[in-house]
Design a protein around this ligand. Sequence first.
Ligand code: FES
Ligand SMILES: [Fe+2]
Length: 412
Amino acid sequence: MTAAMTSVEALLATRREGRGMPRDFYLAAGLYEAEVRNVWHGGWLFAGFAFEVPNAGDFLTFAVDTTSVLVIRGDDGIVRAFHNVCRHRGTQLCRTDQGQLRAIVCPYHSWTYGRNGELVACHGMHDGVDKAALGLKALHVEVVADLIYVSLAETPIAFGGLRERFAAAGAPQGFDRARLAKTIDYEVDANWKLVWENNRECYHCTARHPQYVKSNFDIHDEEHASDAVRREITAALARIEAKWGLPGDAVAHPKGGLATFPDPDRGVWYTSNRTALARGFETESMDGKRVAPLMGDYGDTDVGVLRMRSLPNFWLHASCDHAVVTRMLPAGMRKTRMRSYWLVHRHAREGEDYDLDRLLPFWNLTNEQDWDICKWQQKGVESIGYAPGPLSQRKEYNVDAFIRWYVKTMRG
Ligand code: FES
Ligand SMILES: [Fe+2]
């Protein structure tokens, strides 16, 4: 065991059960690099949507810390992923977020790769280059419900469970019949773990998300909900489960909409659930009214909200008429890049069927509220005055679960 590994292990061991993460989890030298290796290079990462690359040669790129990944559809229709790095002297190949290419040509000395990653030309080398051995380095790819997942691991963890769950849960939403209405990129001045910790509880929602708490039941835990609210949730869930629920997919009242996730003891790193919206809310919009045509198989608005998530970088909330998907990518110990995607039915036309000024505000506002919290929490946890306080067993059980997942994943 190297000295660096020993110190990471020693650091992980300082976490006390039932408390938040110790200060050094957010600033120890070398820890972020270990996170990139163990969490980010080890897991399955949501990269984007298959419908973003509909034709041969369509590509998208994304960066996991300093590692750029190229996702491109080949002439055979298959979506592949490669390290976005030239096999000659390492120049980054594609420099934009997305685009279309006849071939992948390195801007430095023009080595040329096919859309399937094979090296097809390296003019002027004249010294018996083994082209077959110098194709782009391929990465593992899976596509489910039009979600593209990529793993940078040589031998990734099993994907089959996620495939099965997301295919079934996502089917009625019709991701394969969706299109992008808008993406918004956010740069959050906080460690990626703080963003997940924030995502895993709604204890802060009453104070920070006045619009969100009107629409969802997440803040109503068993002890605090009135009988009237309990009856309302139970009735809404029963309706939704009867129509759209998978077995065990509708979350019962005691935990509001917050499914228990993750579950490191059972190896659960992905899940989905469908939960009810509050009375008067057909969708997650500012006024609760529908903001786009119905998606997927839905025949009416009474579908609640489908939620799906996978560690380390994906979550979504999908209503009857639109879905908002969020992708997280680490960009340093104190910087996290977030992208939210607003999806609508692929036949929906902007200006006629929906307007961005009605579609975007609900989640754009919620996002901005959360990123602001994370930024200020990052500042706080870096202070020598910070010591991790207790987590609420009723409100923050998922934060505790996330921390336990993190520690377990870091230990490998
Ligand atoms: S570095 Fe790409 S062709 Fe030389
Ligand atoms: Fe929040």
